[in-house]
Write a protein that binds this ligand. Sequence first.
Ligand SMILES: CC(C)(COP(=O)(O)OP(=O)(O)OC[C@H]1O[C@@H](n2cnc3c(N)ncnc32)[C@H](O)[C@@H]1OP(=O)(O)O)[C@@H](O)C(=O)NCCC(=O)NCCS
Length: 132
Amino acid sequence: MDSFETTEGPAGELVIRTIAMPADTNPSGDIFGGWIMSQMDLGSGILASKTARSRVVTVAVDGMSFLQPVRVGDTIACYARVESIGRSSMKIPVEVWAQRYRGQERCLVTRAVFTYVAVDESGSPIPVRRAS
Ligand SMILES: CC(C)(COP(=O)(O)OP(=O)(O)OC[C@H]1O[C@@H](n2cnc3c(N)ncnc32)[C@H](O)[C@@H]1OP(=O)(O)O)[C@@H](O)C(=O)NCCC(=O)NCCS
């Protein structure tokens, strides 16, 4: 099944919400893609850590797509859901929706699938402790 099915709204739970600020722009004045990626990583990392109830590390990011530009003043919201759990890994599709400055409508601007691995204090993989 495709990680991203066409929906009318965000898929998953709200994991982070913030405003794109002038400090987040690239030299052209557009919001820097790396800043958006970092918000996605922070938000999905919260969900991964909550799911595994342990320390987690990002091991892969697949299918990063920047669908629409983000501008200064936009409110961006990251939505994430746990799609699958392996032994130590978790696959988490993330969507970023933007609400334009002073606007009401929101649109899907970026998406990707993050994979996390549950690790112990020394950084070695450990099984995800599934909720009973
Ligand atoms: C994540 C890490 C601990 C995995 O170590 P490893 O020796 O590859 O461990 P394993 O081979 O046992 O793999 C562990 C799990 O990761 C998965 N995995 C490893 N590489 C992967 C990749 N490129 N894409 C997707 N999954 C991957 C494996 O399939 C396995 O999943 P499972 O346990 O659910 O079956 C190690 O690669 C690491 O420390 N990477 C750096 C992480 C990091 O610093 N992230 C921040 C980057 S800024």
